[in-house]
Design a protein around this ligand. Structure first.
Ligand code: PLP
Length: 408
């Protein structure tokens, strides 16, 4: 008798976006004359940078000739892209990352979800709350947790984020092996300083644990003092894996290109304490289960690092960050404490009430869709996430409507 992986039965059905969609549909039916403005889901809205489009077209034209045609490429990514990443995203910031430590992929979602496979199923896991749900669910699927009770799985060490710690979790009180961190954070928009990150790197080194550092929103950092990569921190090459994505940086959510950095100096251990290269494990996993990102997409991603590409990406980020600034100021002026929005496209708003109640109120009174914080974990209760991914015009209208709704 074929049996299922019963760990899947422990997963909490993710009602968040389905529930939002249902409530929005009901609202639109009731008020068809006023279109809703969506500041909820974290998908980008603006076109790909021109430099990426040009490179994309050129690569497709190459594929149209026998001489320029490419079949299967290297699973880890083409050298031209890995080299451009190593130089521009790391070495230019003093982080010693080599091209062959970069694994190009079709998304940080897959990579952050798949990475846990190469570690022992008994590994002790620390996960922030609130959190991007992929880290948790993939560990549930892998059988590293018990049941979910009151919104929390047995067997997970939760790293609470709250107003007191500015949504930068404190070190765990019990020993852990794998630690997920995400900065700038989704959903809170919080950022971490080099000194704060060093505390985590030192903890990981002392405990022989590994940090899984999700830097998918790195491009939104505007404060020059903040680290863009964990490898800017001394000692991180021995304790960290970093995930990056072109999704939010350059509008690749539908085009799909990302990468994961696994330094060759990173070791994990057998039960008897023998060190093994994590790079070689991930390389083996990647080349067995993944067949590479398409050639035109990698050429489009490479164009992000051209002079024109850098300017256009900066303009794209500026556009969204103008929205973030307007949203943050508008909510603060109405008396709602916010974090995020200064170095991230998300604004995390303290609502002073139940997050779903606030969501419903914004939808009914203002016709604006946000994301209830409770959907990201128990510590998200009492907050909403507002995303800056929309047009200037829509954000201006949304803020006017919110102002009227909250002041009435
Ligand atoms: N990591 C975080 C924190 C995210 O918010 C997202 C997407 O929203 C991802 C990873 C996924 O990125 P990708 O589009 O590369 O799969």
């Amino acid at each position: 008798m074929i049996r299922i992986n019963e760990n899947y039965l422990k997963l909490q059905a993710s009602y968040l976006f389905a529930d939002i969609a249902r409530r929005v549909a009901a609202h639109q039916k009731a008020q068809p004359d006023r279109p809703v403005i969506r500041l909820g889901i974290g998908d980008v809205t603006r076109a790909l940078p021109e430099a990426c489009i040009t490179a994309f077209h050129q690569a497709i034209d190459e594929m149209a000739t026998d001489a320029g045609f490419r079949g299967y490429g290297p699973e880890q990514g083409y050298g031209f892209l890995r080299e451009a990443i190593a130089q521009n995203d790391f070495r230019s910031r003093g982080a010693h990352i080599h091209a062959d430590e970069i694994f190009v992929s079709d998304g940080a979602k897959c990579d952050t979800g798949n990475i846990q496979e190469i570690f022992d199923s008994a590994s002790r896991i620390a996960i922030p709350d609130p959190v991007y749900p992929v880290y948790l669910d993939t560990n549930v699927m892998a059988g590293r947790t018990g049941k979910c009770r009151n919104g929390r799985y047995d067997g997970i060490t939760y790293l609470d984020g709250n107003a007191q710690n500015g949504f930068i979790p404190e070190l765990p009180e019990v020993p852990v092996d794998l630690i997920y961190l995400c900065f700038p954070n989704n959903p809170t928009g919080a950022t971490i300083t080099a000194q704060q990150l060093k505390v985590w790197v030192d903890y990981a080194a002392a405990n022989r644990s590994i940090i899984l550092y999700d830097a998918a929103y790195e491009a939104f950092i505007r404060d020059d003092g903040l680290p863009h990569s964990i490898y800017e921190i001394e000692g991180a090459r021995q304790v960290a894996i970093e995930f990056r994505s072109f999704s939010k940086t350059a509008g690749f959510t539908g085009t799909r290109c990302a990468y994961t950095v696994v330094p060759k100096s990173l070791m994990a251990f057998t039960a008897s304490g023998e060190p093994h290269s994590v790079h070689s494990l991930w390389s083996r996993r990647h080349s067995t289960k993944f067949n590479g990102v398409s050639y035109p997409v990698q050429r489009a991603a490479q164009a992000v690092y051209s002079d024109a590409g850098k300017r256009q990406v900066a303009d794209l980020i500026d556009y969204y960050m103008t929205n973030a600034d307007r949203i943050r100021r508008a909510l603060q002026a109405l008396g709602y404490p916010c974090i995020g929005g200064e170095n991230s496209p998300y604004i995390w708003v303290s609502t002073g009430k139940d997050s779903w109640a606030f969501f419903d109120m914004l939808l009914q009174k203002a016709g604006v869709v946000c994301t209830p914080g409770a959907g990201f974990g128990t510590c998200g209760e009492g907050y909403i996430r507002i995303s800056a991914f929309n047009s200037h015009e829509n954000v201006a209208t949304a803020m006017d409507r919110i102002r009227q709704a909250l002041e009435s």
